[in-house]
Design a protein around this ligand. Structure first.
Ligand SMILES: CSC[C@H]1O[C@@H](n2cnc3c(O)ncnc32)[C@H](O)[C@@H]1O
Ligand SMILES: [Zn+2]
Length: 438
């Protein structure tokens, strides 16, 4: 008999692949960070012994959730400026605060807080776009969490870089520094068509292509963004990206609340990924991404929280529920985005968007052991008719009990094993005090 690192015995498994499957009476064998077998416990016992075993009665195991768009360090700006539309929020509150306070220490402290929150919510991988991305990468690597960090670009100077040349140089240095790391990856992340010139978008795309990286950008977040571009440039931002050859399977188009027929067709035809952030879109009154229609057309979808300053949490479980509910509301079709599909876009959809579906996004033999367990024994999840329905429509992130990433037990009975919660909270409070002295 072979000895493996770990065997987990949950009550149910939602592997995501094959689709729409709930396994009962199955265990997972994990060795050297990978899923080695998924089989009934009796079969497992005949084949493997384990260094450690976890019995999880009443718990469902799923692939780790993938937060496909965030600004992790913005946890320190949670509740800093609420109930405002996007451009007022950004230009009158967030950007001035960032100009005054954002540096390496801010980003490290905010990223650690974000990672703690995300782990406690079952998020095992996040796709970030923020200043000082090396601080976010360091925090993620130390915590043992997967992250894709952005080589950011914005046309104005900040404490991070004095202009496009320096942003791009720092991004490429970041990419080289983390190349080959088992958890940390990079994307090219220009902020938006309204903050990055056409020339710089093209340069960024060339670098992304040369480095084989995704192109992660906010686009069509609001109707005002589209109208302004139409008035000043004569076309819509997405169509301009298309004219520049930037709509392709590397594109991670975040928000997309405004979409013409032609644009929907182009997204489907090119294999671009749309990152849906329904809660931030509602909080800033930005609009609704037509996800049900996009899904029907075969557009690749993933789910993000956006930053905690516009959401105001990093809760992907709740984002799944919101996405499923507003898809029905927007389309007028109660069958739009059913529970199983919400789970799929929050896991495999995110993995595909980040180009990491060969290793994460579903529970398959040979994939990395990034998995979470959710307790369904609580009154709020009782009685249990259908597991996926309970996960999406009734459970809360407080029911997440365990998280493994690459086979490492990073959340045990809701306690983070790689992070010092007391120190993280204390540092966040210190930053609150500094931010309040504005
Ligand atoms: C270049 S670093 C990222 C930059 O994006 C800002 N930001 C956060 N949320 C949003 C959003 O919803 N739309 C546009 N920009 C956003 C963040 O504050 C940083 O300045
Ligand atoms: Zn964003």
């Amino acid at each position: 008999m072979d000895e493996v690192d770990l065997i987990i015995h949950p009550e149910w498994i939602i592997p995501v692949e094959p689709a729409q499957t709930v396994l009962e009476d199955h265990s997972l064998a994990i060795h050297q960070g990978q899923i080695l077998a998924i089989a009934p416990p009796s079969e497992m016992a005949q084949t493997y012994t384990a260094k450690a075993e976890h019995h999880l009665p009443g718990q469902v195991v799923l692939p780790g959730l993938i937060n496909a768009h965030t600004h992790a360090a913005m946890t320190l700006l949670r509740g800093f400026a609420d109930d405002l539309p996007l451009m007022t929020w950004l230009t009158e509150h967030i950007w001035p605060a960032e100009q005054a306070h954002v540096g390496e220490a801010f980003v490290h402290a905010g990223s650690e807080l974000a990672i703690l929150e995300m782990l406690r919510g079952g998020i095992t991988c996040f796709n970030d776009m923020y200043f000082f991305p090396e601080a976010t990468a360091n925090a993620a690597a130390k915590a043992g969490v997967r992250a894709s960090v952005g080589m950011i670009l914005i046309d104005f100077p900040t404490a991070y870089a004095n202009g496009p040349e320096e942003y791009l140089a720092k991004g490429q240095a970041l990419h080289s520094q983390w190349a080959g790391h088992p958890l940390i990856d990079t994307t090219m992340a220009p902020h938006a068509p309204y903050t990055v010139s056409e020339k710089n978008l093209v340069r960024a795309a060339e670098i992304a292509e040369a480095l084989n990286r995704r192109f992660h950008i906010h686009v069509h977040e609001t109707a005002a963004e589209v109208e302004r571009h139409l008035t000043t440039q004569g076309d819509r931002p997405l169509m301009r990206l298309d004219a520049l050859g930037l709509i392709n399977s590397n594109l991670l188009a975040v928000h997309m609340t405004q979409l013409s027929e032609r644009e929907r067709d182009r997204l489907a035809a090119t294999g671009a990924h749309v990152i849906h952030c329904p809660e931030a879109n509602m909080k800033l009154a930005s609009g609704f991404c037509p996800v049900a229609d996009l899904a029907d057309r075969g557009v690749h979808l993933a789910l993000g929280t956006d930053g905690a300053a516009s959401n105001n949490d990093l809760d992907l479980l709740s984002e799944m529920r919101t996405a499923a509910l507003i898809a029905k509301g927007v389309s007028g079709n109660a069958a739009a985005l059913p529970a199983w599909q919400a789970i799929e876009i929050a896991t495999l959809g995110g993995a595909k968007a980040l180009g990491r579906d060969h290793e994460i996004g579903s529970l398959k033999v040979g994939k990395a052991a990034d998995l979470i367990s959710l307790d369904l024994t609580q009154p709020e999840s009782t009685p249990l008719h259908q597991v996926p329905s309970q996960v999406v429509y009734a459970a809360s992130r407080q029911q997440i009990k365990h998280v493994w990433i690459n086979g490492a037990h990073v959340l045990n009975e809701r306690a983070a094993t790689t992070l010092d919660q007391t120190a993280i909270l204390a540092r966040a409070t210190e930053w609150r005090d500094k931010l309040q002295k504005r």
